[in-house]
Design a protein around this ligand. Sequence first.
Ligand code: NAI
Length: 344
Amino acid sequence: MKIAFFDTKPYDKPSFERFGEANGVTFKFFETKLNEDTAELAHGFDGVCVFVNDTVNAAVIDRLYEMGVRVVALRCAGFNNVDMKHAFGKVHVLRVPAYSPYAVAEHTMALLLTSIRRIHKAYIRTRDYNFSLAGMTGFDLHGKTVGVIGTGRIGRVFIDICRGFGMKVLAYDKFPAPGLDNGDTIRYVTLDELFTQSDIISLHAPLTEDTYHIIDAEALEKCRRGVVLLNTSRGALVDAEALLAGIKSRKVGAACLDVYEEESDLFFEDNSGHILDDDTLARLISMPNVIVTSHQAFLTEEALSNIAETTVDNLIGFFENGQCPNEVCFRCGSAQDCKDGKCF
Ligand code: NAI
């Protein structure tokens, strides 16, 4: 089985080569992203393997279909970069639903602690032998209220971590997890209650029509003054212009962003020698209370290994057994519901 692997980074190769070789899957690694201009590279391959910023729109799907490519194996959980409706009947879309919720949840807490305890400032200061504490005052997490939007795999691990710090949790999910609400330290509330009562808000929901700009000017207006916003889910959950306005007006106390709405042309690449065209991102990065990491929350040894293993299992399941439990349904976006037809 031959798979064209797009948007290859050096850290992708070792685990994919290891699991591929052991299971008879040959990956051809291309550094370029998949899009209308590069889809041609998939000619002669059985499938393509793509990541979050590859483009799998109608034009790309049609080209893949014409070339006989029948599988798009996402090496990530989110599939908002795939036109699922157009894919139906043409290409099968496989994904890695979970690879390490701990990686993302732990990174979210790392960002929060870095921000509120000013570790990013201290690191730079002490390298210059500046041991002053001016401007370094933080606040305790213990006793604070964290609002968690999206209580799936990552959201629930993040809740556990927050509980370890003695925080109270207000949760919001379109499909609440049974048994999570204990009526005391963890409670499901409405989105408005979450906005008005949280000291910290963390986003762990997928990007859908419902969650697009779930944090916008109106939402920020409802929030507590000084609210800390954490986004390690998808950039477009946050209206970046509104966030910038919230930071400028001091309504938002701090923001930690692992993802950004317009990240696809920037993140994962070294742009240090370039003039940044995106004024909103440049202004956000210039703020002392904004921390940006470049979509690295997933990047742990464990996650990379799990991603490669599941992707190879998905491909083998699909090509050898004709089915894959991690195939995405174009209607409901889940593999599980498709099997018993619930989503139809
Ligand atoms: P999951 O599918 O286990 O959980 C997502 C939760 O969001 C579910 O409980 C679902 O019911 C809920 N949800 C769906 N629509 C909603 C809505 N309109 N409002 C509120 N909640 C809603 O997914 P998981 O594994 O926890 O991942 C969460 C997100 O994290 C992913 O969708 C992905 O975008 C992002 N992610 C980011 C990574 C990074 O490196 N920064 C790596 C992996 C995932």
